[in-house]
Design a binder for this molecule. Sequence first.
Ligand SMILES: *Cc1c(COP(=O)(O)O)cnc(C)c1O
Length: 368
Amino acid sequence: MQFIDLNAQQKRIREKIESNIKRVLDHKRFILGPEVEELEEKLANYVGTKYSIGVASGTDALLMALISYGIGPGDAVFTIPFTFIATAEVIRLLGATPVFVDIDAHTFNIDSKKLEDKIIRTQSTDLIPKGIIPVDLFGQPADYDEIKQIAQKYDLFVLEDGAQSFGASYKSKKACSLGDVSCTSFFPAKPLGAYGDGGMIFTDNIDIYENLVSIRVHGKGSNKYENKRIGVNGRIDTVQAAILLAKFSIFDEEINLRQGVAKKYSEKLKDSVNVPYVKDYNISAWAQYSVLHPERDKVLKKLKEKEIPSAIYYPKPLHLQEAFSSLGYKEGDFPVSERVSEKIFSLPFHPYLKKEDQERVIEAIVED
Ligand SMILES: *Cc1c(COP(=O)(O)O)cnc(C)c1O
């Protein structure tokens, strides 16, 4: 059994993937070829935004979005310490300051009740509050209605980190359309994964969109050798776009299959571990199926003995990482994130996880 098995999916659509790659080999437009635009159009339609721009990774998506807002030294951007490093890394990379807000104990997403207090407190420092990056952790969208209300009150942008939530929904709206700007990742293990790195940015704002088109190619103006601003090389490869087009054709079906696996896990495991809590108006994309157990090491050892793979997302919250030591945080600053990071682990999960394998995982956890 593999933690995330991409084999079954490849078997289903191998021919389509090969013919899509072959088309790129034939037309040879490896940089920003027609497949990139086709993918951008299809995915923007799917999530329901006016514009989208294919980029080199989820990290580049976040970075470029912050560049488009002109984020730099002296700016504060609010996010959670219980996420993948990329979310906060890009803030620091631009010289700005990530200001952490603790997570909700049940959803592991930003605690909107603690957010406003943090903004008010930041106002009385040297930092200028500029934006919020909510993360849709493990595939479940954050509380965007509450977050946007606060953002409006303090004139902040909302940048959705939807790296794990492509395919999810919030109150019937698709994830990756929930921020003023939204980002996702096509890292192979994400719900919609490529065979390499890739990402996408979504927005309804034409000014931001036009900015991003320029930032994606070294701040280009009307042509590549006229540079209006500082940008990056942030393009998605045509080959990856071609592969993603093949994968997208069965994506909705896979999101449904994910619901089935999660439902079965949750029904059978709810008395043995803390199973994921998904709000009734949310549909998760189930990038990870993560549970809590106070004696995590014991459970993980048992799984290992039975050759069942597992993983820990995330063993150390960002405020305690050496990379962010200059921010001056210490243990105890974000008690929920710290507590969760000590108890959490993720189970093997993908749309094609066989019934027998689901049973094996369940049995290993339930028996004591
Ligand atoms: C994966 C991930 C990213 C970064 O995406 P890459 O494509 O790997 O650069 C950013 N944020 C979160 C929450 C992620 O899970």
